[in-house]
Ligand binder design. Structure first.
Ligand code: ZN
Length: 329
C-alpha cells in the first residue's frame, strides 16, 4: 500500500489537560468521543493517539509567525494563576491549558511539515482546544492558538504556493479570516450560520489589498439542512478552487452544524458532512494532488460529534482506493 492511499488520524493525550470550568461545552470528553468513534470497529485509516510532536521551541516559533508574543506570555501568566481565564469568560484556563494548546498547535505544525516533505498525503487531526476564532493577539471562542491557520502558513511558506482553508464549522472563523485578510496565497472559505457568534462572516467580507477575492463567506440562516449547507460549500469550492488553484486544502472541521448540537441551531446530519467532505476531496484532487489536512474545530454534542467525525474521516479515504482495514481497535 502506498503512503498516499492512507488517511492518518493523529491526536495527543496532552490535549486532555485543558479542563474548563464545569458547565463549559469544550470538554476533554469531546476528544475521547471522536477517538472512540474512530477506534470502534476500525476503518480505512491509521489512528495514532499519541503522535510525535515537534520540540516546544519549534512549535512556539511557528506560533509566532501568526500570533503576537504577548498572547503566548499572557497565556503563560493565566496558567500560573489557574483556574483563570484569558481574554474573557469564554476561554477558561486550567493548569494544563498551555500544554494542551501547544500539543494542538504542534500536531498541526508536524502534520503540515510531513505533508510538505511528502510523508503525509491526507490526515485528520483530532485537536483541542480548537483554533479558528483565535486572532493574532487574542484568545476567543474557546480558541487559544489558530491550529488550522498555523498548518496553512507552514505549507504556504514552504512551497511558496497557494493554500485554501475550508471551514464548515457553524461559527465563522474570524481569526483565520483576519490572519489571512490581505494575503493572496492563503484563501479562506467559510460556510456558517449568520448572524451568529462571532458576528463576522457577511457575504461582502472578501479580503483586502492583495488578498481581495481570496476570502469567501457563505452566511446561512438558522436551520440550514444538508442540502443548503453542502450546496453553499460546493459553490465556494468551485469558485475559490479555480481562482487560487491551491496546492493543498486545510479544513477547519467543526461539527457543531449538526442537528443534535446544543449550540449550532442548524439541521446538518452525518450525510451532510460526508457530502461536504467528498466535495473537498474532489477539489483537492483537482487542484492540489489530493492533499488535505483536516483539523477538528467545534462540535458539542458528544454522540453527534463522534458519529460526524467518523463520517468525515471515512469520506476522506480516496474514492475507489479503499485500503484494507488498518485502524486500531
Ligand atoms: Zn463552532
Amino acid at each position: 500500500m502506498k503512503a498516499s492511499d492512507i488517511v492518518e488520524v493523529r491526536s495527543h493525550p496532552d490535549q486532555l489537560r485543558h479542563v474548563p470550568r464545569p458547565g463549559h461545552p469544550e470538554v476533554p470528553a469531546r476528544l475521547r468521543s471522536v477517538l472512540g468513534a474512530l477506534a470502534a470497529n476500525g476503518g480505512p485509516w491509521e489512528l495514532e493517539q499519541e503522535a510525535v510532536l515537534p520540540p516546544d521551541d519549534d512549535i512556539l516559533g511557528v506560533i509566532r509567525w501568526l500570533h503576537e508574543p504577548s498572547l503566548i506570555l499572557r497565556l503563560v501568566e493565566a496558567v500560573e494563576r489557574a483556574p483563570s481565564t484569558l481574554d474573557g469568560p469564554d476561554n477558561p484556563v486550567s493548569e494544563g491549558t498551555l500544554r494542551a494548546a501547544l500539543a494542538a498547535a504542534g500536531l498541526a505544525v508536524q502534520a503540515a511539515l510531513d505533508l510538505v516533505n511528502g510523508r503525509l498525503h491526507r490526515a485528520f487531526l483530532a485537536v483541542r482546544p480548537p483554533g479558528h476564532h483565535a486572532e493574532a493577539d487574542r484568545a476567543m471562542g474557546f480558541c487559544f492558538f489558530n491550529n488550522a491557520a498555523l498548518a496553512a502558513e507552514v505549507i504556504a511558506r514552504a512551497w511558496q504556493a497557494p493554500v485554501l482553508v475550508v471551514d464548515f464549522d457553524v461559527h465563522h472563523g474570524n481569526g483565520t479570516q483576519r490572519l489571512f485578510w490581505e494575503r493572496p496565497d492563503v484563501g479562506y472559505l467559510s460556510v456558517h450560520r449568520y448572524p451568529f457568534y462571532p458576528g463576522t462572516g457577511a457575504a461582502d467580507e472578501v479580503g483586502e489589498g492583495a488578498g481581495r477575492g481570496a476570502t469567501r463567506n457563505f452566511p446561512l440562516a438558522v436551520g440550514a439542512d444538508d442540502a443548503v449547507y453542502a450546496s453553499a460549500l460546493e459553490a465556494g469550492l468551485e469558485e475559490l478552487g479555480s481562482r487560487l488553484k491551491p496546492a493543498a486544502i486545510v479544513v477547519s472541521a467543526g461539527f457543531d452544524a449538526h442537528a443534535g448540537d446544543p449550540l449550532g441551531g442548524m439541521e446538518v446530519t452525518e450525510a451532510g458532512f460526508e457530502r461536504m467532505t467528498r466535495a473537498i476531496v474532489q477539489a483537492a484532487e483537482t487542484w492540489g494532488g489530493g492533499r488535505i489536512l483536516s483539523l477538528l474545530e467545534g462540535g458539542y454534542d458528544l454522540q453527534a460529534l463522534g458519529r460526524s467525525a467518523r463520517a468525515h474521516v471515512a469520506s476522506l479515504v480516496i474514492p475507489g482506493e479503499r485500503p484494507a482495514v488498518t485502524g486500531a481497535s
